[in-house]
Ligand binder design. Structure first.
Ligand code: AMP
Length: 620
């Protein structure tokens, strides 16, 4: 493929900021790109010669390009620099100077996409003595053969400044439009003027004439609403398949080639490759343990949530790769982790998902992520840094083992495997601390233990769930409530409604001040069960409160303060509603503490004030 054809695409992409137009131009171009050229084209369209996760960089300084322009155009460097200062765009300078020269001399050989791609890739491979001269040669060779706008785009690519606005969404959609025309046509429209099939818009992306409403209707398969929905679904399924294949490979080139040569089947059989990072599975947030259990099911696996950074660890034989959550290759920065993996993981072919967490080498206590974040970008004195800011690797998932892709295996199986192959060594590498339970009180206890252990809280995970790369799905939920629970007195209650009419189902809570006076701080009605077998029930609490009733007005009853309950909540807010001046957000009953605590032992207003201040600091 001629490079000039790609340049034509660059110019079309540059001519618009509209997403649909860009997608259309790119898809039309992909349609005519041969399978063997696809991967290079997709990379070059992103201004790259390696996928984003690859650590190799072109790394050419502006000055070297100035010299290359000097060689290719015969223009003095001073003049080039002056022009550059005027326009601020070395690409444009290269174009105009080389164009000027070309008018008087004969054009050299025509550039191909492959030639440009290969020369730029070679730039990344040259190091050491004489490499600068060799780099200069490679750039000058390209610029000398460049015609018109070619020089502009070559220069911008080499300098990492090719910005034609083709983000991940556009690439994904363009692959669908190019290779799955049947699914796409149904949600597209036929232009009455040029007969092209184009995305719905006010005007045709191909000929610019206004699109008629009727044409749009036909194109969106709107003969019946249902059919339209079915067409949408089919189209969305294609987009999902492409996205999933991308989440596994992180390379749209590989995905596009598969789509072109093998269709949907090809996308579904895209395989994980050890060494190529996979987008990690992300967590949803849960406000309460109950909510988390509802989402992931009971029993669930609860793990410490370590405050470090995600580390995807790949091993194939002697080679190890480490990637961050953003898929940056950080292998070089963590020789200590490489060492640990080799020593403590009994397998030589795997992908592990883990959290690296820093600890203080003197106290051995975990330190917050901020303390060790500098290690990620560190380029020199790496060994020293590893000693000063050591990390412990907490392994919590496995995606691939001995050549087997495990993402569709249930989590419990993956966890069993980690426990089998990782030999835990504290402050080096460990399997994340976990319990399996469906009991809320046990989880609350484990949460406290996790906080006391210097972690952020818990991750609550579904035992039967697969690993869903790149997605924020409900297979794992973070639960990092910042506040400690309060023990409060029940001072009033309300009869419930409907099927809860026989119970006192919401309770007014109070803390106490120094003098022992009780001050209301909120009302709670969640956390209790309808059946006794499930835990502390409405019925039990009603029975405890009934003999304590001192006054009844409508549904409201005032009770003698005797019952103490432990309450969890999300936040303390200032509030004029309650006498204490504070209110609890999302309060939930955890358990009855009346057997261990009297009214004199409940939390004080001072405690509440302290927690309120602490929470403010944490938010800041
Ligand atoms: P957040 O960054 O607040 O969305 O929380 C999710 C992150 O917690 C994940 O991306 C991991 O980096 C981190 N994490 C810490 N411990 C665990 C664990 N045991 N399981 C899963 N993720 C964990």
């Amino acid at each position: 493929m001629k490079y000039s054809e790609l340049v034509e695409l660059y110019e079309r992409l540059d001519s618009t900021t509209k997403r649909l137009e860009k997608t259309y131009y790119l898809s039309e171009f992909l349609k005519k790109t041969a399978a063997d050229d696809i991967e290079q084209v997709i990379l070059l369209v992103q201004g790259r010669v390696f996928p984003s996760y690859d650590e190799r960089e072109i790394g050419v300084a502006n000055q070297l390009v100035v010299k290359a322009i000097n060689i290719a155009s015969g223009t003095e460097t001073e003049k080039i620099e002056k022009e550059w200062a005027k326009t601020g765009d070395l690409g444009k300078v290269a174009e105009s100077l080389i164009k000027g020269k070309k008018q008087s001399t004969l054009a050299a050989t025509e550039l191909t996409v492959k030639k440009v791609f290969d020369n730029i890739r070679k730039l990344t491979e040259l190091t050491g003595h004489g490499s600068v001269g060799r780099k200069l040669q490679l750039i000058a060779e390209l610029l000398s053969s460049a015609k018109g706008a070619e020089a502009r785009y070559i220069t911008r690519t080499i300098l990492g400044q090719l910005r034609v606005g083709t983000g991940a969404g556009i690439l994904r959609d363009a692959i669908a439009w190019a290779y799955f025309p049947k699914a796409v046509e149904k949600v597209f429209v036929k232009c009455g003027s040029c007969r092209s099939t184009v995305p719905p818009a006010d005007s045709c992306v191909e000929c610019n004439k206004p699109l008629e409403k009727e044409a749009r209707k036909a194109g969106t398969a709107a003969e019946g609403k249902e059919e339209n929905t079915a067409a949408r679904d089919e189209y969305n399924t294609i987009l999902d398949r492409i996205q999933q294949a991308y989440d596994l490979t992180n390379d749209f080139g590989v995905v596009a080639r598969k789509a072109k040569t093998e269709g949907v089947k090809g996308l579904e059989t895209v395989e994980i490759r050890i060494g190529t990072p996979i987008k990690v599975m992300l967590a949803l947030k849960s406000e309460t343990v109950e909510e988390a259990l509802e989402t992931v099911g009971k029993p669930a696996q609860c793990e410490y949530k370590y405050d470090g950074f995600r580390l995807e660890c790949h091993r194939l034989g002697d080679k190890i790769w480490l990637y961050t959550r953003r898929l940056e290759n950080v292998t070089r920065q963590f020789p200590d982790v490489v060492e640990c993996l080799k020593k403590y993981v009994k397998a030589d072919n795997y992908i592990l998902d883990a959290e690296a967490v820093g600890y203080d080498p003197k106290t051995q206590k975990y330190v917050p992520f901020q303390n060790i974040s500098q290690r990620i970008k560190r380029k020199y004195e790496i060994e020293k840094m590893a000693e000063e800011l050591p990390v412990e690797v907490n392994v919590f998932d496995i995606l691939c083992y001995e050549g087997r892709n495990l993402v569709s295996q249930p989590f419990r199986k993956r966890r069993e495997l980690i426990e089998k192959i990782v030999r835990s060594a504290e402050r080096k590498i460990v399997v994340s601390k976990a319990i399996v339970t469906g009991n809320e009180a046990e989880i609350e206890k484990f949460f406290k233990q996790a906080k006391a252990g210097g972690t952020e809280g818990l991750m609550i995970k579904a035992l039967d769930a697969p690993y869903q790369p790149g997605a924020r799905v409900g297979y794992m939920l973070k639960f990092k409530k910042v506040m400690e629970n309060l023990d409060l007195a029940v001072v009033a209650a309300e009869w419930g409604e409907g099927k809860r009419a026989k119970w006192l189902s919401s309770y007014y809570l109070a803390c106490r001040d120094d003098s022992g006076k009780l001050l209301e701080i909120g009302k709670v009605s969640t956390g209790l069960k309808e059946k006794r077998e499930e835990g502390l029930s409405f019925d039990e609490v009603t029975e405890m409160l009934k003999p304590l009733i001192v006054e009844e007005t409508g549904r409201l009853v005032k009770v003698r303060p005797k019952i103490v309950i432990e309450v969890a909540y999300e936040e303390i807010q200032k509030s004029p509603t309650y006498e204490s001046g504070y209110a609890l957000r999302f309060p939930r009953v955890i358990r009855n503490r009346s057997d261990e605590k009297g009214i004199g032992d409940i939390n004080t207003l001072q405690d509440v004030e302290r927690l309120y201040r602490q929470q403010k600091r944490q938010k800041a």
